[in-house]
Design a protein around this ligand. Structure first.
Ligand SMILES: Nc1ncnc2c1ncn2[C@@H]1O[C@H](COP(=O)(O)OP(=O)(O)OP(=O)(O)O)[C@@H](O)[C@H]1O
Ligand SMILES: [Mg+2]
Length: 185
């Protein structure tokens, strides 16, 4: 089967693909694992952040920042997954002070298209402007307020890259890649 080349947006290749990492770590689960107990997103994020805190100078605020970033990516991967054939993969690699976090989920064509549009806009527009205009139009009860990623970009030193890979017409693998220099956290 011929697969289409993925669409890559943002700083996905900030770290060259062939650079050997100093350490690596992988997790895989189903969206249902998280939706059954939402607290698991936070637990997983805390665990992963704690695991990496031993690679560099341990500081409570660095671990918290890392956990916040990972938690947002896990929540998104869970919320926007296809229920059927949904798998979520988390892969972390570190290169000295640089930490690369990949979170992959499987989404429908509609969700893929709207996310692709959203991230293309993030690249072009000022994050602060987008953040405040989204905040103004937000309803209090929204669970999909569209603020999570903008908040991360606004408040944390994180570079994002995105990969969109079509598997079939309504099945798309989305990888959100966060690259963080832990010195800057
Ligand atoms: N992993 C993903 N797969 C598919 N679509 C995504 C993914 N992550 C984000 N999106 C899309 O991008 C939009 C913005 O994501 P963001 O995290 O900023 O907001 P949100 O999750 O909707 O709300 P909030 O994070 O404020 O609770 C989402 O509404 C969704 O449409
Ligand atoms: Mg979110």
């Amino acid at each position: 089967m011929n697969q289409k080349a993925p669409v890559i947006i943002g700083e996905y290749h900030f770290i060259p693909e062939n650079l050997p990492s100093d350490g690596q770590f992988r997790l895989m689960f189903l969206p249902i694992d998280m939706t059954a107990y939402w607290r698991r997103c936070g637990l997983t994020a805390n665990f992963v952040a704690g695991f990496y805190s031993y690679c560099y100078e341990e500081s409570e605020s660095k671990i918290n920042s890392l956990s916040t970033i990972i938690n947002e990516l896990l929540e998104n991967a869970t919320k926007f997954s296809k229920v059927k054939d949904g798998k979520i993969k988390v892969e972390l690699k570190h290169y000295g002070n640089l930490l690369k976090i990949d979170v992959l989920n499987v989404a429908s064509k509609t969700l893929r298209d709207s996310f692709e549009l959203f991230v293309s806009k993030i690249i072009l527009e000022k994050v602060e402007d987008m953040y405040f205009s989204t905040l103004e139009t937000k309803e209090d009860s929204d669970t999909k307020s569209g603020l999570g990623l903008l908040m991360l970009l606004k408040d944390y030193p994180v570079r994002f890259g995105y990969s969109f890979q079509e598997i079939d017409a309504d099945t798309h693998e989305i990888t959100v890649r966060a690259i963080i220099n832990v010195e800057e956290l």
